[in-house]
Each structure stands twice: as structure tokens, then as C-alpha cells.
Write a protein that binds this ligand. Structure first.
Ligand code: R5P
Length: 262
């Protein structure tokens, strides 16, 4: 049976590649239509979403592909509108997150906070009736709560490790930079303490960096603070080279900060 793939605006850059695959996979790729101003946003800031050709999706299997970047809040409003439209057609909905929005708020770290990531997943499954949620290297990967939901983790780490070995040789020590990374990937490494959104501190360690090629594996460069601090720690401890394997979130502000230092 023909499948349909709907791309929200944050995932539209994937359209060409998915279209190339569509004959092989018997699927049709659909992007969201704009409003009468040729825009996805009304003058008051509200988001507009329309799925063209909606009637043919009735009772069909539809995968919505979404990226929470670069606009996590507007993106979520657009995603929910698209899913609501699909829910009304009784389509069988799956969502594929290339970048899960609010993924780092994956626990109530302090009293009075919400586990925003879990609450979002709960809304998708319980209210919108979504049957499967695919997530690329979610920050909440292997947190125990995720077992309650139909979440399928997909990881780019094996591909990145293969590419690093091809480009830099097999003599590389792969390390996670924090406990979360170790939990998600199984790769051990350093531990860090986050002081605020921009500053982190690494805890004492007994890793032998001397003369080694180090590859640090992380899910995201947000402000660039973690990577820069890790680089300094590794170099100060005698590392020969440091490379970074970042699975899916490489944000412009972080890259700018890193480039400034080199
Ligand atoms: C933290 O838990 C994440 O896995 C990343 O290490 C972190 O978010 C990177 O952010 P930044 O570039 O702002 O240090």
C-alpha cells in the first residue's frame, strides 16, 4: 500500500532526497502549503498549516517528518496542527523526529519543573493516537521512562564512528563527554557539571589522553561550551588530536563560538 511522508517546514530540506527514494519505497512526499500571504506565519505570529491533497490520506499510513530546529516553538505548533488535521482523516500516523524539540528537558531536574520531553511524547501517543515515534539520537535515549512509549531510537553514532575511522585511521579513542552520552551510546568518558546554559565544568577523571587521537561523541553543539571545554581538557592532558562526532544538532551559534576560538 502506498505510504505518505509529510515534511513539516523544519524538515523540508530532506524533500529532494526523499523524493529520489519515493519510487523505490512506493511513497509520496508532501510538504505543507502556505497561507494566502504565501507565508507559514500570520502577522500576529500564529502558525498556519495546510496539508495539500488531504482526501487521499484518509485511513492511509502517514509518516510526519519533523525537526525541532531551527524554531522549536513555532515548529511544535505547526507539527500539532498537521497532526490534528491528519487525526481528523483517521490516517495511521507515525512521527519521525530528526531533532526532538524540548528533548533536553527530559526529567524534572528540580521541584516545580516538568519532564517536558515525556509530556510531549505522552500527548502524541495518548491524545493524537500516534502509533510509532522514531527519534534520531534523542537526548532522553535509554532513560527508563521512554520504555512506556512506542519510541524507536535511531542512532547516527555507528555511521559517524565508521567515517571517523575512514578519515583518521582506526587508532582513535572514542569518548562521551558526560554521563548522558555514556547512557545513550554505551561509550564511557568524562563527566561534567552544567553551571548554566553557557558554562560547564568537567569533573576529575582518570582517562589517559597522552599522545592519543580523541573523538568526542555528543548529540548536539548548542552554545559550543561543552565542546570547547572538552577540547581544552583533552589538549591540556596531552591529546594529539581531537575530533568531534555530533549526531544531529549543530546549531549556528555554537559553531560561531567554536570558529572564533580557532
Ligand atoms: C548535554 O546534555 C548535551 O548532551 C550536550 O552535551 C550539550 O547540550 C551541548 O551543549 P553546549 O554546546 O551548549 O555545551
Amino acid at each position: 500500500m502506498k505510504k505518505f511522508i509529510i515534511l513539516t517546514s523544519g524538515a523540508e530540506h530532506l524533500a529532494k532526497n526523499l523524493q529520489k527514494l519515493s519510487a523505490k519505497t512506493d511513497s509520496e512526499v508532501i510538504t505543507l502549503a502556505k497561507n494566502k500571504d504565501n507565508s507559514r506565519i500570520f502577522p500576529d505570529g500564529e502558525i498556519y498549516a495546510r496539508i495539500p491533497g488531504i482526501n487521499k490520506l484518509e485511513n492511509k499510513k502517514v509518516t510526519v517528518v519533523h525537526s525541532g530546529m531551527p524554531n522549536p516553538n513555532d515548529g511544535l505548533a505547526e507539527l500539532e496542527l498537521a497532526i490534528q488535521i491528519l487525526k481528523n482523516t483517521k490516517a495511521k500516523i507515525e512521527v519521525f523526529f530528526a531533532y526532538f524539540p524540548y528533548g533536553m528537558q527530559d526529567a524534572a531536574f528540580e521541584a516545580g519543573e516538568a519532564n517536558a520531553a515525556e509530556e510531549l511524547i505522552k500527548k502524541f501517543t495518548d491524545y493524537y493516537g500516534i502509533k510509532k515515534i522514531y527519534v534520531l539520537d534523542p537526548h532522553f535515549g535509554k532513560r527508563s521512562w521512554q520504555n512506556k512509549y512506542p519510541i524507536i531510537n535511531i542512532s547516527a553514532v555507528p555511521l559517524l564512528v565508521k567515517k571517523a575511522k575512514k578519515d583518521f585511521g582506526s587508532d582513535i579513542l572514542f569518548l562521551s563527554c558526560d554521563k548522558g552520552g555514556k547512557r545513550r551510546t554505551g561509550i564511557s568518558g568524562t563527566e561534567k557539571k552544567r553551571l548554566d546554559s553557557f558554562k560547564v565544568e568537567f569533573l576529575s577523571h582518570n582517562i589517559d589522553f597522552k599522545g592519543k587521537n580523541i573523538a568526542v561523541v555528543d548529540d548536539i553543539i548548542e552554545t559550543g561550551g561543552t565542546l570547547l571545554k572538552f577540547y581544552k581538557l583533552a589538549k591540556d592532558s596531552g591529546a594529539k588530536n581531537v575530533i568531534a562526532l555530533i549526531t544531529h544538532g549543530v546549531l549556528p551559534e555554537g559553531i560561531k563560538k567554536i570558529k572564533k576560538e580557532f
